[in-house]
Design a protein around this ligand. Structure first.
Ligand code: HEM
Length: 330
């Protein structure tokens, strides 16, 4: 007769887990969770929030920069802080990332975290949390962000262009890139609402109108309002310094609200990629919904933001927790 096992298999499994835990060999969690740092660094989120608040109070351009930094991080190699790595040929060195900012805020938060919780909190989590806090600082919704991301070791400039959206893209081209990241048409409309804060350099939209030698408008994109174009042309005259910037949202530039969608309906979308959202029925309905109801925008934002911060994350034993955000541990 076959000998009966002393313990049911589930009991054996539990014993094995206990043994692995006591030996410290249990693989770390392989997915994001809301309480990831509850035991290892309970103040982690508060430290990031305080850093973002303090920096943004001194420099109001930072919330926009921190939010865009997350977008450019997550679309290339997933949300793994690959955008922060410095050096020849890294994502950060690519011309498409030239105007990114907010790096010093991430570095400050990391320095603080390394003092209180050494080698614990990833730079990828700091980027995601800082973007969330930036939105809240600007008056947007406070959303929960799961943590447990690990930092990537790969950052290649050549991967930037094929994965990022350009202002000249058609709706179809944008939908394709977003879909490749698991984001829907509605996510595209909702996340584009990020352009309710922050600013842009003249070169990002100046091909939408033409000025003659006397500074008069001679050509304006059909999707751009004439008065708005004239205002932009004034802010970006021929020969303007390359550092000149214009607010993305001409009405409430520092406030994270649903004004961006109202602007779109009034033909005041700054980029061509903003304007195309009201050129197609598939996206126009969502724009109208969000323009009419800020609460609806905030709810959609919570859902789409959650998808954004979860793109291609590395967890468990993948990647590493960097000691300094701009270099791999080596
Ligand atoms: C859908 C396609 C998108 C395109 C084509 C696009 C393009 C751009 C461009 C060209 C700028 C101005 C850069 C400059 O001249 O300095 C900009 C700014 C910005 N973008 Fe987007 N973007 C897109 C989607 C997003 C998404 C999904 C987010 C975040 C969720 C985002 C957040 C921002 C923010 C906050 C700024 C202002 C940055 C600052 O103030 O420095 N964008 N975007």
């Amino acid at each position: 007769m076959e000998r009966k096992t002393l313990y049911p298999t589930s009991h054996l499994y539990n014993l094995a887990i206990l043994a692995m835990l006591s030996l410290g060999s249990f693989p770390s969690s392989s997915s994001l969770s809301f309480d990831f740092y509850a035991a290892s660094c309970p103040s982690a989120e508060m430290m990031v929030k305080n850093t973002v608040r303090a920096a943004s109070s001194l420099d109001p351009t930072l919330p926009g920069k921190l939010l865009r930094l997350l977008f450019h991080d997550c679309f290339i190699e997933g949300c793994d802080a690959s955008v922060l790595l410095q050096g020849n040929g890294t994502e950060r060195s690519d011309p498409a990332n030239k105007s990114l900012g907010g790096f010093s805020v991430i570095d400050s938060a990391k320095r603080l975290l390394e003092i209180f919780c050494p080698a614990t909190v990833s730079c990828a989590d700091i980027v995601a949390l800082a973007a969330r806090d930036a939105v809240e600082f600007a008056g947007g919704p406070a959303v929960r962000v799961p943590t447990g991301r690990r930092d990537g070791k790969v950052s290649v400039a050549a991967n930037v262009r094929p994965n990022i959206v350009d202002t000249s893209f058609t709706l179809e081209e944008m939908v394709k890139i977003f879909a490749a990241k698991g984001l829907s048409l509605d996510d595209l409309v909702t996340l584009s609402g990020a352009h309710t804060i922050g600013s842009a350099h003249c070169s990002s939209f100046s091909d939408r109108f033409q000025l003659n030698s006397k500074g008069k408008l001679t050509r304006v994109d059909a999707s751009l309002g004439k008065d708005y174009a004239a205002k932009l042309a004034k802010q970006c005259p021929a020969g303007a310094s390359l550092s000149v910037t214009v607010n993305n949202d001409p009405e409430t530039p520092a406030l994270f609200d649903n004004q961006y969608y109202k602007d779109l309906l009034l033909h005041k979308g700054l980029f061509q990629s903003d304007s195309v959202l009201v050129s197609d029925q598939r996206t126009t309905n969502k724009v109208v919904e969000l323009a009419n109801d800020q609460q609806s925008f905030f709810e959609s934002w919570g859902e789409s933001f959650m998808k954004l911060v979860s793109i291609g994350v590395k967890t468990g034993d993948e990647g590493e927790v960097r000691q300094s955000c701009s270099v791999t541990n080596g």
